[in-house]
Design a protein around this ligand. Structure first.
Ligand code: HEC
Ligand code: HEC
Length: 655
């Protein structure tokens, strides 16, 4: 019975037409193979490349942070996802201009289109839904809820399904397009993380996901982060007789390459004949060619040694004839052209470096798991703070449980860390040289020995010691919040959130005593630092630095995966109820259920207007030109700026 079901399924796949461009990527090759488009995330531009002449044709400005692009049919129109501006940009690459902009739900990430160019499907990272777009009328015709935090997407004409990956779990969901809902889900290990892409085999029922594993109980350059490639078998969870079938093989890509470690697997591509799989690693600037094995066990076999690529490769595509492979080296700003064995044949520059040389250098260092950042090659800053975000994890640090924070807005909310034990991003030299990364470090000479019970980083001044370290600071301080999707319009609150706002600012709840000013925190570099015991210090027996914590910003809390420094609160409601026994964290016990709901609604609406780019507590090591997120171009770094005079954190006027 089982055999019949499986072989019918495989038979279905064998009848499938070969179709390229069906998985999400920053790059897409046109069906005839003669042109490709690449979306440049930090420039907000799309570049058209002539693959016959191997040259750049033109770069078209779109604006915003781009995360995906696809051809519409045979062109000349392409559609790009503008992640930070919640829209799709329709670009005519022949005419060289944006012809339409379609507002969509929050955080559009991956996009795939059908071969004819009639329909496209878009993943929305937060809150987890797929939009179906009619490409002719340029309208969203259907939205389908799918998991939480979804990024990767592949379209399968064979079974009329979409396959969608969850970013923080590497779970795979199958969406049946006739029913318009999730009909199957594949799960990996609980440690699986940061899965942004999925590609399907053209004939075998297989999906390939590149991702990492975050081993949160281990803080070590060799044990915290592991590179993985998971192969899911796209067969029913049980055979005909009802017994469970193993539907997953996961390859550890470090041992896969013997002693050669690769980091931050980003994307994979399969040759049209289905014989080869190419995978790229954004932390070590290299990739693998693998042979697809037609078994249910090994699945893939490494072909020769890993190949060296340009810096921070983020996209890989194979030409329709299978003879050429294209790699987007995102921090060299080039597309490299390779033969099927990955021998490099040409390099095409696609755009200029954005922002400033310091910002660029900072981003290179932040994404690298090589020296001087790490001697072991497993861990990069971006393994836990991908593009300045967080990894949705709570780490068992030497000082106790610590939830990873995103770096949005940190230019204004120093001191850093839950325990305010760092006062400048340059202090992350301690992380680089420490147990987690074991790197050579970004300046010559010794550094004070760090002790958990002493404020080593606060006494050691590292700003201005090296251009690289200051560049890392400029990059880390460049991330800004986007507006919450839980608001009716910019600057506006729903009625419930408006009631919640009144509660938040009332003297009874006391919230605004600590969460004050435009960033909703009283964090300030004025000595002595304000830290507070809000009754959360006893929840974790391994805690070494509590019970006083730095007040976190409340902007963007709608988007977190867990709450408080130890991540033990699963929801905002929990923070205000079960984790606020005895009213030690503001006063909430007198609030009715409905009032708690209103308060949560208000918290979810933050930010409902753009916070200022300059506050009395803003640090000098940042991009000079004020910009949102990582977008735009130009701007001058301020690596030679002095440290700020210590200023009191002004009470920002309430707006
Ligand atoms: C293994 C995961 C991991 C890696 C790798 C990592 N971090 Fe972090 N990062 C964390 C965690 C967890 C926290 C919260 C720790 C705390 O507050 O004590 C954090 C906090 C931070 C903060 C403070 C943010 C704030 O609002 O206070 C900054 C800045 C930061 N990291 C930058 C970096 C840089 C730069 C690197 C690379 C040199 C790096 N991180 C590497 C997990 C990681
Ligand atoms: C005495 C200062 C103080 C007051 C008053 C206060 N907070 Fe906090 N708040 C903090 C501190 C400190 C933390 C971090 C505690 C921890 O992580 O253990 C925090 C954490 C939070 C968090 C979790 C944020 C995250 O990133 O996980 C939320 C949400 C929050 N507060 C909301 C409120 C609300 C709503 C009120 C009013 C009912 C309030 N706070 C009152 C200091 C305060």
């Amino acid at each position: 019975m089982r055999h019949i079901i499986v072989s019918t399924w495989v038979g279905m796949w064998f009848l499938a037409p070969l179709s390229a461009g069906t998985s999400n990527s920053l790059m897409d090759v046109r069906a005839d193979g003669e042109q490709l488009v690449v979306a440049n995330p930090n420039h907000g531009s799309v570049t058209l490349v002539d693959t016959v002449r191997r040259s750049k044709v033109r770069e078209i400005s779109v604006g915003g942070k781009l995360e995906g692009v696809t051809w519409v049919g045979k062109g000349p129109i392409v559609v790009a996802t503008v992640y930070d501006q919640d829209r799709l940009a329709f670009v005519d690459v022949e005419a060289g201009r944006v012809i339409a902009s379609l507002p969509v739900a929050d955080e559009p990430y991956g996009i795939v289109a059908d071969t004819e160019g009639r329909r496209a499907w878009v993943t929305h990272d937060y809150p987890g839904q797929v939009s179906e777009v009619d490409l002719e009328s340029r309208r969203v015709v259907r939205t389908i809820p799918v998991g939480r935090f979804i990024r990767g997407i592949a379209w399968s004409p064979t079974d009329h399904r979409l396959y969608v990956t969850e970013y923080f779990t590497a779970r795979l969901h199958a969406v049946d397009l006739t029913q318009g809902k999730v009909v199957d889900t594949w799960s990996g290990q609980p440690q699986d993380n940061l899965s942004r892409h999925v590609v399907l085999h053209p004939r075998r029922p297989r999906a390939y996901l590149t991702h990492i594993r975050s081993m949160t109980d281990v803080i070590s350059a060799r044990g915290s982060i592991f590179p993985h490639l998971t192969v899911y078998r796209l067969i029913p969870a049980t055979d005909g007789a009802g017994s469970a079938v193993d539907r997953r093989t996961s390859l550890a890509l470090d041992t896969y390459n013997n002693v050669y470690v690769v980091t931050n697997p980003w994307e994979a591509a399969i040759s049209p004949d289905g014989r080869r799989l190419y995978s790229i690693y954004a932390g070590t600037d290299d990739g693998n060619v693998s042979t697809v094995i037609d078994d249910d066990y090994r699945e893939l076999e490494r072909w020769e040694e890993p190949v060296r690529l340009g810096r921070n490769p983020r996209a890989i595509r194979v030409s329709p004839d299978g003879q050429t492979v294209y790699v987007y080296n995102s921090l060299d700003f080039t597309v490299s052209i390779h033969d099927a064995d990955m021998k490099r044949q040409a390099v095409v520059p696609v755009c200029e470096p954005p922002h400033s040389p310091e910002w660029w250098r900072g981003k290179v260092l932040f994404n690298s798991a090589k020296q001087p950042m790490s001697n072991a090659r497993w861990v990069a800053c971006s393994s836990c703070h991908p593009d300045g975000g967080h990894d949705g994890r709570v780490w068992r640090n030497p000082e106790g449980l610590r939830r990873t924070t995103g770096l949005w807005g940190i230019a204004h909310t120093h001191p850093l860390h839950w325990s305010a034990d760092r006062d400048e991003v340059q202090d992350f030299e301690f992380t680089i040289r420490g147990r987690l990364m074991s790197g050579r470090g970004l300046f010559d000479g010794p550094i004070a020995r760090k002790r958990v019970d002493q404020p080593t980083e606060l006494t050691e001044k590292l700003a201005g010691r090296s251009k690289d370290l200051d560049s890392l600071a400029i990059y880390c301080n460049s991330f800004e919040f986007t507006l919450s999707p839980h608001i009716p319009a910019p600057g506006k609150l729903s009625e419930s959130a408006q009631r919640g706002r009144e509660l938040f600012f009332s003297p009874q709840t006391r919230c605004a005593e600590c969460h004050r000013g435009p960033y909703y925190t009283d964090s300030s570099l004025t000595q002595p630092y304000r830290k507070h015991d809000v009754g959360t210090g006893q929840d974790d027996p391994t805690e070494k630095m509590g019970p006083l914590y730095d007040t976190p910003t409340l902007l963007g809390v709608y988007r977190l995966t867990s709450y408080l420094h130890h991540g033990k609160a699963a929801s905002l409601r929990d923070v205000l109820t079960t984790f606020n026994r005895g009213d030690r964290h503001g006063v909430t016990s007198h609030l009715s259920n409905g009032q708690i709901e209103d308060l949560v609604e208000f918290l979810k609406s933050l930010p409902y207007e753009a916070p200022p780019r300059e506050t009395p507590n803003t640090v000098p090591y940042r991009l000079k030109a004020a910009r949102r997120g990582e977008t735009g171009s130009g701007g001058v770094g301020s690596s030679s700026a002095p440290r700020p005079a210590e200023q009191p954190n002004q009470e920002a006027a309430r707006r």
